[in-house]
Design a protein around this ligand. Structure first.
Ligand code: HMG
Ligand code: MG
Length: 292
């Protein structure tokens, strides 16, 4: 059986660094993103245009974009929660904006201080403006596989919000296992329920319980061809209790290549890029490839 090409999206500079207590300098962020771009990655989430009071670690989003030397063929994106964030992101020259909300009310409220209904209204306007500006738009849906405050989340709720995001004009929805609670059979079940929109879905696993790679396998078997990772395995959502890092991108790429899937990424270069962040943060990162 021939394998489809898998798109690997790097979220370390955003999801990874947003949850670090240590503030990485703008210069080191830029160096890291440039090094990541040299590995063959085609999508890099650079930062977030959110309130600096809420996410102090990414308060320099504008400066990161200004200092960055961009590589042709790489899409540089950023998270935006509202019109104010979109305006700043457009001024910074993002290639793609990523809007985000949760499938559970409590996490949505804790993370962006809005109800789900309010968020949908705000995001509709953001997506419309971003599209008028000819930007690619990604939509993140968090707590798809479970919420730290509400527990189980109904698949019907996930399907309905995903549908709303797609109707707004979002190009792709990344389903987030925000607190790393998903298991492979659940992934299989949810993907089956969402089969009709599968080509527009990406999966975003955090590795809190060590199941991220098993969940990636379930996603692959269901036909998903886009997966997120954070180099080094750093990250987590500061407004989701117990959240830890994403699957390390280098562990994800190792697994994909070992299984015969093709990606655009050079694993050795990616592992070196992850090592750069390990040196910068001066602590051992969760990645397995970094321990070899
Ligand atoms: P709020 O306090 O309700 O906002 O926060 P507000 O509209 O009332 O404004 C309050 C202040 O924030 C004002 O400033 C605004 O100007 C400012 P003040 O008058 O007090 O000086 N403000 C902004 N500043 C900069 N950029 C903006 C912006 N908007 C308002 N865009 C808000 C609402 C959404 C802003 C806030 O809750 C927020 O920034 N939240 C971001 C939280 C976040 O980034 N979480 C992590 C990312 S999500 C995630 O990690 C999950 C994911 O990885 C997928 C998964 O794993 O599941 C994507
Ligand atoms: Mg995340």
């Amino acid at each position: 059986m021939s394998h489809p090409f898998i798109t690997v999206k790097e979220v370390g500079p955003r999801d990874g660094l947003q949850n670090e207590t240590q503030i990485v300098s703008t210069e080191d962020k830029v160096k890291w993103i440039e090094e990541l771009a040299d590995t063959g990655l085609t999508h890099i989430e650079v930062s977030s245009f959110v309130s600096p009071k809420w996410i102090p670690a990414l308060a320099d989003a504008k400066d990161v974009f200004a200092m960055l030397t961009r590589k042709k063929g790489v899409t540089y994106s950023a998270l935006v929660p509202n019109e104010k964030g979109l305006e700043a992101a457009l001024l910074a020259g993002v290639d793609e904006v990523a809007v985000f909300m949760s499938a559970s009310e409590t996490h949505n409220k804790k993370n962006i201080n809005k109800t789900i209904q309010e968020a949908l209204v705000i995001l509709e306007q953001v997506v419309q403006t971003a599209k008028q500006e000819k930007k690619q738009v990604r939509g993140y849906l968090s707590t798809v596989f479970g919420c730290p405050y509400e527990g189980e989340v109904a698949v019907s709720q996930v399907a309905s919000i995903t549908e709303s995001l797609l109707q707004m004009g979002v190009d792709e929805v990344s389903l987030g296992d925000t607190i790393g609670i998903a298991h492979p059979l659940q992934v299989k079940h949810i993907m089956k329920e969402m089969e009709h929109v599968l080509p527009k879905l990406a999966l975003h696993f955090h590795n809190t319980r060590g199941l991220a790679s098993a969940n990636v396998l379930a996603g692959l078997e269901a036909g998903v061809t886009t997966f997120d990772g954070a180099a080094g395995g750093i990250g987590g959502c500061p407004y989701a209790e117990g959240a830890t890092g994403n699957i390390a991108t280098e562990d994800l790429v190792y697994m994909l290549h070992a299984m015969g899937y093709e990606t655009s990424v050079d694993l050795a270069k990616l592992t070196e890029a992850a090592r750069f962040m390990e040196r910068t943060l001066q602590k051992e990162l969760p990645s397995y490839q970094l321990k070899l």
